[in-house]
Ligand binder design. Structure first.
Ligand SMILES: C[S@@+](CC[C@H](N)C(=O)[O-])C[C@H]1O[C@@H](n2cnc3c(N)ncnc32)[C@H](O)[C@@H]1O
Length: 317
């Protein structure tokens, strides 16, 4: 049961401060999880929160929270790339802030039935939602070269070819059904050396990102967010690995280069940035937070503020 799990929210105070909460304003928690950020936002300011999560299990936590914040909290199961559509359904067209806390929650990671963990032996699932192929289905079908590329690109794993080869070799005899089996196949493929992290870490990360289309989701989620933020509205993104952080950084940079208005009105300045970046360097957890919550160690928070200029990606109709 999801209510038996704990997820310690990462960089919580920093995120709540980043949103610069205003009374009666609407904020979006794009990755509700176990509701840590949403609860803190609702307790800090008399505002509203629209929360989204693609994991249907999150609804159990959301339903409980709704009892305490009936008129100030709304929850939607779905992908954050669709946040514009969800807000429209609620007749909300602009918001004061949006937060993304990327990746998986402790509940998803620590529940062996969800199949995300190489430390716990469970069915090889790895889906954040309950839709689409599982990791087991995917590994049964994928071609070796494609798999090697995914592991290299999304896991930054230098032994990607060796790992892909070993996975394909094993699946010829038997379907790979559990996280334990997959972790052993990965570890067997890599030269044994001292490593701070488990040798299966990067490959598990790559398969999870691929299966859940996390890159496309993040790119489209950020675009959707920029479009619905009102001027002065805040965008806060907590990422956990370099691939995610790079996407956020590049997205901010693209919004700085925005010239959507000046193309039509040449007398205006060439650049009309749709975002102002508030964090030149990302905010990192303190040593104290990392000691208390090991999972925060790779977190990076980047914050931006919406300007009055038109959206870099075209306004919503
Ligand atoms: C790190 S957890 C968030 C934890 C949350 N901040 C808290 O304090 O409890 C990330 C959550 O985002 C959800 N998620 C990831 N990608 C998503 C997407 N594209 N659309 C909607 N939810 C997503 C996951 O299902 C997971 O529950």
């Amino acid at each position: 049961m999801i209510t038996n799990f704990e997820h310690i929210p990462v960089l919580l105070d920093e995120v709540v401060n980043a949103l610069s909460l205003v009374e009666d304003e609407v904020y979006v928690d794009a990755t509700f999880g176990l509701g840590g950020y949403t609860k803190a936002i609702l307790n800090t300011q008399n505002c509203k929160v629209v929360a989204i999560d693609r994991d249907p299990q999150a609804k159990i936590i959301a339903d409980n929270l709704k009892k305490s914040f009936t008129d100030r909290f709304y929850f939607k199961i779905g992908r954050f790339s669709e946040l514009g559509k969800f807000l429209k359904e609620l007749k909300i067209y602009k918001v004061g802030g949006i937060v993304f806390d990327l990746g998986v929650s402790s509940y998803q990671l620590d529940n062996k039935e969800r199949g995300f963990s190489f430390k716990l032996d469970g069915p090889l699932d790895m889906r954040m939602s309950s839709e689409g192929p599982t990791a087991e289905d995917f590994l049964e079908e994928v071609e070796e070269v494609t798999l090697a590329n995914i592991i290299y690109e999304l896991g930054d794993e230098v032994f990607s070819k060796k790992i892909a080869k070993n996975i394909i070799h094993h699946r010829r005899n038997n379907r790979i059904k559990t996280t334990g089996q997959l972790a052993d196949i990965i570890r067997d493929a890599i030269p044994k050396k001292k490593s701070k992290i488990d040798l299966a870490t990067k490959t598990f990360q790559a398969i999870r990102i691929y299966l859940n289309e996390e890159i496309k989701e993040l790119q489209n989620g950020l675009i959707a967010a920029e479009r619905v933020l009102r001027p002065e509205g805040r965008l806060a993104v907590v990422s956990f690995h370099s691939i995610e952080d790079r996407i956020v950084k590049n997205f901010f940079a693209k919004c700085l280069q925005n010239n959507s208005l000046s193309r039509h009105l040449p007398e205006l300045p060439k650049k009309n940035p749709s975002l102002k970046i508030l964090t030149k360097k990302p905010i990192l957890p303190s040593a104290k937070e990392i000691k208390f919550n090991k999972r925060s160690r790779s977190a990076k928070l980047r914050i931006a503020k919406r300007t009055q200029f038109l959206s870099t990606f075209g306004e919503i109709a």
